[in-house]
Design a protein. Structure first.
Length: 184
């Protein structure tokens, strides 16, 4: 009997420290906004370390396309999540400077709607997200080398997308401007 009680006590001692984390994880809701609606779902975290004066200069490198042409590139969505979660945590939106550097197969996810429909037979699901990112001062940069490899002319991509010599060039220039690269 003593041994059984000892194992029960040990089991409770192991479970109790984990319970608050599980309770928090289960009760946390993921929401979009407050800046970009319909994209960038995030959870509020009460123990964050950012302040209203925090400043971010971050470049996101995306080379892989959506696995399904009818779905948003989840890596593009990460920029909306970055903006939404930081503004929700109290960071001034003016202090968030992001760049999306697109190359490789992800180049096709930046096609304007007409050209995307020609290629995939469906509307480009990335269009509303990219438009929202650009509207919120995100630099969307397309690798010229990848565009050339995909036979894409700059007139075939979404409005507001900047064409650069290469993704490598874009990252080098952004780093000179103080941008860090977001590790995916």
């Amino acid at each position: 009997m003593y041994l059984k009680q000892k194992y029960i006590s040990l089991a409770i001692a192991c479970i109790l420290p984990i319970y608050p984390l599980n309770a928090f994880a289960q009760s946390t809701a993921f929401n979009d906004g407050p800046v970009i609606n319909k994209f960038g779902k995030h959870a509020a975290v009460p123990s964050n370390t950012v302040t209203s004066e925090s400043t971010f200069h971050v470049a996101f490198d995306v080379g892989s396309a959506s696995s399904d042409p009818a779905t948003v590139n989840r890596k593009f969505n990460s920029l909306a999540r970055f903006i939404n979660m930081h503004v929700n945590a109290g960071v001034k939106q003016a202090n968030i400077h992001l760049a999306l550097v697109v190359h490789g197969k992800a180049t096709l996810d930046l096609l304007n709607d007409a050209n995307y429909q020609k290629k995939y037979g469906t509307h480009n699901p990335n269009l509303p997200l990219i438009q929202s990112l650009i509207k919120n001062n995100v630099k969307v940069i397309l690798c010229g080398q990848s565009a050339a490899a995909q036979n894409i002319d700059d007139s075939e991509v979404m409005k507001g997308v900047e064409l650069e010599l290469s993704a490598m060039t874009a990252h080098a220039q952004l780093q000179q401007q103080g941008y860090s690269v977001n590790p995916f």
